[in-house]
Ligand binder design. Structure first.
Ligand code: URA
Length: 206
């Protein structure tokens, strides 16, 4: 894929400057249809760095990560696991909403980002990691986990396990995406397993 304009973050650890630069990014085609870049949110002092897949419809409109239904479930589980969202950094592997329009009608249906889009967005994720230097990363879903741990990573085999990584990513715990909990046939069972993984993340920081 040819590299498009604005794909390189400036060399700074200032999250606000990174966010301003990311707003201009045209590193892949997704900027064309999305409303805006949804950059990460949270303090540079965060110990826990949470990575999702990509903004959804609500996040695309609001310009903030995890403000829709999946975000509400995530908030509840984070709270129950003993985290305060105000002290965490939340972001996504891909920072523009990828969607198709439903036939007849205005509804925008989420589409999973491809490897090329994850790769194109990776410099922004790295810049956020350099700025925050968290102690632990919580990867939500296979796209986020594979963006951080490589495409061979198997979420089903290693969810909830602390995994040592390179110097940019000291340790990662991967779990399912909260939208998978919302879609699960037995939501209570899926929620309890999700909460157990977040509780493992809390314990890893103690
Ligand atoms: N799903 C994600 O992965 N990220 C968001 O910000 C919202 C929904």
């Amino acid at each position: 894929m040819p590299e498009l304009d604005g794909a390189r973050p400036p060399r700074t650890a200032d999250l606000r400057r990174l966010q301003e630069a990311a707003a201009q990014c045209q590193g892949c085609e997704l900027y064309r249809d999305a409303t805006q870049t949804v950059f990460g949110s949270g303090p540079a002092t965060a110990d826990l760095f949470v990575v999702g897949e990509q903004p959804g419809d609500r996040e695309d409109r609001a310009g903030e990560p995890f403000v829709g239904p999946a975000g509400q479930l995530l908030d509840r589980a984070l709270r129950e696991a003993g985290f305060d969202r105000a002290h965490l950094y939340l972001t996504n592997a891909v920072k523009h909403f990828k969607f198709v329009r439903a036939e007849r009608g205005k509804r925008r249906l989420h589409q999973k980002p491809g490897r090329a889009e994850v790769r194109a967005c990776r410099p922004w994720l790295e810049a956020e990691l350099r700025a925050v230097q968290p102690r632990l990363i919580l990867a939500l879903g296979a796209t986020a986990a594979q963006a951080l741990l490589g495409p061979a990573f198997k979420l089903t085999a290693h969810r909830g396990e602390p995994i040592a990584s390179d110097e940019l990513v000291p340790a990662v715990i991967a779990t399912v995406h909260p939208s998978a909990v919302l879609r699960a046939p037995d939501r209570d069972v899926a929620y309890r397993a999700f909460l157990a993984d977040l509780t493992a993340a809390r314990s890893a920081l103690d």
